[in-house]
Design a binder for this molecule. Structure first.
Ligand SMILES: Cc1cc2nc3c(=O)[nH]c(=O)nc-3n(C[C@H](O)[C@H](O)[C@H](O)COP(=O)(O)OP(=O)(O)OC[C@H]3O[C@@H](n4cnc5c(N)ncnc54)[C@H](O)[C@@H]3O)c2cc1C
Ligand code: FES
Length: 285
């Protein structure tokens, strides 16, 4: 049985920067030694609303970047979309305010042992963990191409320093307000062929991940994706985040995406089950 990420810890962390970037807030937290254990794909869970809040569930955020050096003894950076009550509360906070953070949580992206050609695909704030991943892949000698998609230009998160860690960056928007008009999957086949991509890493809405998996199967590339199932506890207790996933023997099990994910092998996920349980599925492992 799997459990919570062994490196996870709970801390009150100070906000040291909170800047609005397009539709998002780039937030930096003095997270101490938690930062040293974070790997691309891991996430943190943050208490929202303050001590008397009725918002009892923590909110999950993918780690955009983690650094274990510098004057704060370790920093964790997030890209937050002010979406509902909790994320709006978080992004309204000021420098020096503190929040309670649990992390790093979940699985991380596997890194190939040999230099390969990698294609990174992000939808909306789903680009967040991909820049840290690109840096690690580059250090391994990989070629790194990136595709970022969103409905409109303001929802593309592509900071300047992030662009330097990739060989090519392609942007798609559904309304054509930036880059190529269309969806990320429209450009994937030509990029896979041109760059001889051997592995796809993706993060974004579930519909996009499913579409990326379909392209990946047609081109016989490996696909690791970070799923975004709704999470309540974030630490493997409540079963809110389960989705059907095939194990190595082909048995479908309802799998907790907070501890056995968010990073999963796209080929093993039973996509499009819309919270229904496919026939023959076992309970949670
Ligand atoms: C692994 C992961 C990584 C994420 N990374 C990012 C990121 O980098 N940036 C970002 O902006 N957002 C990210 N999100 C989404 C982020 O957690 C949401 O923005 C947040 O949950 C919305 O919170 P809210 O308070 O603004 O919205 P609200 O609508 O007020 O609250 C949503 C709350 O209800 C819970 N919830 C919703 N539906 C269900 C359900 N069916 N069953 C149980 N609980 C439910 C949610 O988990 C959340 O706690 C991520 C989510 C996950 C799971
Ligand atoms: S969110 Fe509670 S088990 Fe995954």
């Amino acid at each position: 049985m799997t459990g919570i990420n062994r490196k996870a810890q709970q801390r009150d962390v100070e906000i040291i920067s909170n800047k609005k970037v397009g539709a998002y807030h780039h937030m930096v937290f003095a997270a101490g030694e938690m930062a040293a254990f974070a790997r691309p794909g891991n996430f943190v869970a943050i208490s929202v609303g303050g001590p008397n809040s009725s918002m009892i569930l923590r909110r999950a955020f993918a780690i955009y970047r983690a650094s274990d050096r510098g004057q704060y003894g370790g920093t964790i950076e997030l890209v937050v979309a002010p979406h509902g009550q909790g994320s709006k509360w978080l992004t309204s906070l000021d420098i020096h305010d503190r929040v309670n953070m649990v992390g790093p949580l979940g699985t991380h992206f596997g890194i190939p042992t040999e230099p390969v050609s990698a294609l990174l695909v992000g939808g909306g704030y789903g680009s967040a963990p991909l820049f840290g991943l690109a840096e690690v892949l580059k250090e391994r000698g990989c070629r790194v191409d990136m595709v970022l998609g969103a409905s409109v230009a303001g929802k593309i998160y592509a900071p300047l320093e992030g662009k330097r860690s990739v060989n090519s960056l392609t942007v798609t928007t559904e309304d054509g307000s930036a880059g190529i008009k269309g969806r990320v999957t429209d450009v994937l086949p030509s990029l896979i062929e041109k760059n001889q991509s051997e592995i796809i890493y993706s993060c974004g809405p579930m519909g996009m991940l499913q579409a990326v998996e379909e392209v990946s199967q047609r081109h016989q590339t490996m696909h690791l994706c970070a799923v975004e199932e709704s999470m309540a506890c974030g630490i493997g207790i409540c079963m809110t985040c389960v989705l059907p996933v095939k194990d190595e023997k082909g048995i479908i099990k309802m799998t907790r995406s907070c501890i056995d994910g968010p990073v999963m092998d796209g080929e093993r996920v039973i996509w499009g089950s819309s919270r229904a349980i496919p026939e023959g599925t076992w309970g949670a492992p």
